[in-house]
Design a protein around this ligand. Structure first.
Ligand code: PGA
Length: 249
């Protein structure tokens, strides 16, 4: 059976009161979701204790949206992988396109963060994806594989099977433009083939998530594709009924 995973990415959204109703509604709506589908929410760091308080003991995991490339020490403002583990995080998003484009994260930074997360015992969600210009110039595959290879080279072949990949075409994030199921499948198959080339059979069990304007209306068709194992959901994860409908799909 395919391993299914849907992760909500709250980004820079949420306040205590709104979070509480959202988390409560997700927890209470779980009976609609097929067993075998893992759910998680990646919330702003300061709200991780709140997510833990509400979700502890439920089938929903929680995690952060970034992690420091450093272990510990004089790095003001940073949050380390061990700290996320202390708060019960299962997952951490790494290399989201917003981190890459707005905060200057390079492939090498992403790779170092993934290694930190793995050593601490977190499951990194490695985000990859091309911009519209890159797609239009025909370099989509080069970009996605370059981003993935940087992680494999730094973390080693043994890391394959210990991280999740999220394919998020930059042109589809928050734009309302979703990749077609065939477009998503094409890139997911490319990612799977690369993972298999270096990691062998374990590649078939690596969840490869699609992200970019996934909505309840588009989720089922995307998730029906052979190599699409679930989704990384931004905007729609802020609404409990939309998020649950996507998870049910
Ligand atoms: P979106 O965001 O669903 O709002 O497009 C996805 C993401 O950035 O993870």
């Amino acid at each position: 059976m395919k391993r299914r995973l849907v992760i909500g990415n709250w980004k820079l959204n949420g306040r205590l009161a709104a979070n509480l109703s959202l988390l409560d509604a997700i927890r209470n709506g779980l009976s609609r979701i097929a067993t075998g589908t893992q759910l998680a929410v990646c919330v702003p760091h300061v709200y991780i204790p709140q997510a833990r308080a509400v979700l502890n003991g439920s089938a929903v995991a929680w995690g952060g949206q970034d992690v420091s490339a450093f272990g510990e020490g004089a790095y003001t403002g940073e949050v380390g992988a061990g700290m996320l583990v202390d708060l019960g995080c299962g997952y951490v998003l790494i290399g989201h396109s917003e981190r890459r484009t707005l905060f200057g994260e390079r492939d090498a930074d992403v790779a170092v963060k993934v290694k930190r997360a793995l050593s601490a015992g977190l499951v990194p969600v490695v985000c990859v994806g091309e911009s519209l210009a890159e797609r239009e110039s025909g370099s989509m595959a080069d970009v996605v594989l370059r981003q993935l290879n940087a992680v494999i080279e730094h973390c080693g072949v043994g890391a394959v099977g210990r991280f999740v990949v999220a394919y998020e075409p930059v042109w589809a994030i928050g734009t309302g433009l979703t990749a077609s199921p065939a477009q998503a499948q094409e890139v997911h198959a490319l990612i799977r083939a690369r993972l298999a080339e270096v990691g062998g059979p374990v590649a078939s069990r690596v969840p490869i998530l699609y992200g970019g304007s996934v909505k309840p209306e588009s989720a089922a068709r995307l998730f029906a594709e052979q190599d699409v194992d679930g989704g990384l959901i931004g905007g729609a994860s802020l609404n409990a009924s939309d998020f649950l409908a996507i998870c049910a799909a």
